[in-house]
Design a protein around this ligand. Structure first.
Ligand SMILES: O=C1O[C@H](COP(=O)(O)O)[C@@H](O)[C@H](O)[C@H]1O
Length: 243
């Protein structure tokens, strides 16, 4: 695990955009394609806008980039809460990404079926024993969830890579998520976390004793690659160890 801590959120976003391009270029050189699972929520929108800006857009052959989603809300794809819609507006449309390069969760199905079908889509794409994304981007909720691995949900105890539906009792909503074993197969995993509202959760994940039901992001630990955290000072404020 590597910590990258910057003074401001803008510096964090630039560092992660540089990292994204570096991993993508390496992956395209090595395997002629780059597969990435995107995070949702509010934090990554600015990252996607930055990647689509003139500073970054020309640095990659986007026809070789294949986009998946680490998690999705159980809403139509044109709903304001849809992770797909956010990425479409911030990234896919500005970069003229072909729909053939975007693999979204089909939320027209019931949650369990949507999860199963998304797992099948991922397996078919990779056509290997174990699907392995080149990069999984993750965020962190102030309740220590990442992707849609929420505290005290059954998916936290999965032992085989897969995609699952998750019922959030307090919000009375379903979500669809990659489970931790699938995320951990990735070559690289990067957390994007900024803002003081995340400081307590960052401390729990990185410095508290393991308690995955309480702090699900503690499950993330790449099997073959590297986990990097991109934090601003505000989000890192409660950390005791910086190395
Ligand atoms: O609900 C979600 O939350 C987390 C964190 O999102 P943020 O809005 O606090 O940045 C995100 O990683 C996840 O993909 C998303 O669906």
């Amino acid at each position: 695990m590597k910590l990258n801590i910057f003074n401001t959120a803008d510096e964090v976003l630039t560092a992660l955009a540089d990292y994204f391009v570096k991993i993508a270029q390496e992956s395209i050189s090595a395997r002629s394609r780059f597969t990435v699972a995107l995070s949702g929520g509010s934090s990554p929108k600015k990252l996607y806008e930055l990647l689509a800006s003139t500073s970054y857009a020309d640095q990659l052959d986007w026809t070789k980039v294949f986009f998946f989603f680490g998690d999705e809300r159980n809403v139509p794809q044109d709903h304001k809460d849809s992770n797909y819609l956010m990425a479409k507006k911030a990234l896919f449309e500005p970069l003229l990404i072909s729909p053939a390069n975007v693999f979204a969760v089909d939320t027209t199905f019931e949650p369990a079926e949507a999860a199963q079908k998304y797992g099948e889509i991922i397996a078919a794409f990779f056509d290997e024993d174990e699907p392995s994304f080149d990069l999984v981007l993750l965020g962190l909720g102030d309740n220590s969830h990442t992707a849609s691995l929420f505290p005290h949900t059954p998916v936290l105890h999965d032992t085989k890579p897969g995609v699952k539906e998750v019922w959030l009792e307090d919000q009375q909503v379903w979500r669809i998520t990659l489970n931790a074993p699938l995320i951990n197969e990735a070559r690289y995993i990067a957390f994007l976390v900024y803002g003081e509202g995340k400081a307590i959760a960052v401390h729990h994940i990185l410095e508290d004793a393991e308690d995955i039901d309480e702090y699900p992001a503690q499950l993330i630990d790449s099997i073959t690659g590297e986990v990097e955290w991109f934090l601003d000072e505000a989000a890192a404020a409660n950390l005791e160890e910086r190395e």
